[in-house]
Design a protein around this ligand. Structure first.
Ligand code: SF4
Length: 98
């Protein structure tokens, strides 16, 4: 969700801006959307590690909706660039013919 001052959060429930990824006045949407922070939060989310998917998610009642099944987690991870763990690259989807 983009707020009026440019801050980008992961969730429309985050009215106090706890899960802020950054500010669109400083970075592009692509940089934030595929950056290392959202990548680690996204992986934590699909693995049902809500305490690791942003400060707001650890207290959210909606997390009971469940996590991705293990095969879907594996599929997601197989199609993402995990090089951000070394601080390089992005977490965007890899090209189909890489
Ligand atoms: S777990 Fe809750 S706070 Fe986190 S993204 Fe989902 S709905 Fe939003």
């Amino acid at each position: 969700m983009v707020h009026t001052d440019g801050r980008l959060t992961t969730c429309c429930l985050d009215e106090h801006l706890e899960n802020v990824l950054g500010n669109l006045c400083d970075q592009t949407l692509a940089e934030l959307w595929w950056g290392p922070t959202i990548h680690s939060w996204r992986v934590a989310q699909i693995e049902a590690r809500f305490e690791d998917s942003g400060p707001f998610c650890s207290r959210c009642n909606w997390r009971s909706a469940g996590s991705y099944p293990p095969d879907k987690v594996a599929e997601y991870l197989a199609h993402t660039d995990t090089s951000t763990e070394s601080g390089e690259g992005g977490a965007g989807p890899q090209a189909e013919n890489e």
